[in-house]
Design a protein around this ligand. Structure first.
Ligand code: B12
Length: 206
């Protein structure tokens, strides 16, 4: 555990975060491990925001530093993924939610693992997901949501899939801090907690 890195991320010390990330890369630490530490640091940012010690500007900075650090890790991520998979995935952050850092990480790793992933972006309406599922004849629908209220958008998507008689033809996986396994179970969908879990669950779903 690199507490210095976790705290530098939580304290929004961009230069320190970048320096420590580079050091970890040089040491040969696995990129997914570094992402785990950065995520713990960004969780501190979220918690301080909740306590009103940080404001929107800090939230934005936190996301931005994470994104910068992730760019450093991207080139070495591929080596960290071993898998047999392959299938077509439609991926997006659901309507009402614009968080995409986690989504982008999971997509990078799924692609590195050999999946074809169509990234529909953020704040994606249910109809657009359905359009792409049909167009691509996709195997899996992957949905990201960090806002609790965005869970409603997932229900809207599953309802529309039922209406279009597509629900049995597509597997659904959700992730992001709005979800727990219990919530996913209630919705009748799979849950992935991080990029490694996403690869594992998508392989199982196929
Ligand atoms: C950075 C950030 C922002 C940035 C987002 C920048 C961006 N481009 O994404 C900005 C500043 C824009 C933002 C805005 C807002 N935010 Co914000 N944000 C965060 C913060 C600090 C970090 C999120 C993050 O990027 N984490 C790092 C990534 C790597 O982690 P992750 O997203 O969880 O993803 C990982 C896993 O969940 C998983 N995963 C993610 N998606 C998927 C999908 C699948 C299929 C799978 C399998 C796995 C998976 O894998 C990822 C990698 O490990 C969180 C705090 C937190 N604890 O999450 C708050 C947080 C999510 N935000 C929050 C809020 C309230 C807001 C705002 C409403 C604030 C406001 N007043 O305007 C707006 C909402 C705007 C909107 N409509 O969406 C709340 C949500 C509360 C709730 N439960 O509803 C949080 C929890 C902060 C808090 N504690 O209050 N935010």
């Amino acid at each position: 555990m690199n507490n210095e890195l976790i705290n530098a991320m939580g304290d929004l010390k961009r230069a320190k975060v970048m320096e420590l990330v580079k050091k970890e890369i040089e040491k040969g630490t696995k990129p997914l491990k570094i992402i785990e530490w950065l995520s713990q640091g960004v969780k501190i940012v979220g918690d301080l925001f909740e306590k009103k010690e940080y404001f929107l500007a800090e939230l934005i900075t936190g996301g931005d530093i994470f994104q910068d650090a992730f760019e450093e890790l991207k080139p070495i991520l591929k080596e960290d993924i071993k898998t047999k998979a392959k299938g077509k995935i439609v991926f997006g952050t659901v309507k009402g939610d614009i968080h995409d850092i986690g989504k982008n990480i999971v997509i990078t790793i799924l692609r590195a693992a050999g999946f074809y992933v169509e990234d529909l972006g953020v704040d994606v309406p249910a109809e657009k997901f359905i359009e792409f599922i049909k167009k691509m004849n996709a195997d899996i629908l992957a949905l990201s949501a960090l806002l609790t209220m965005a869970i409603e958008s997932v229900k809207e998507i599953t309802n529309l899939l039922e209406k279009e008689n597509l629900r049995d033809k597509i597997k659904i996986i959700v992730g992001g801090s709005a979800f727990t396994k219990a919530i996913a179970d209630k919705l009748g969908v799979a849950f992935g907690k991080d990029p490694q879990d996403a690869v594992k669950k998508c392989e199982e779903l196929l």
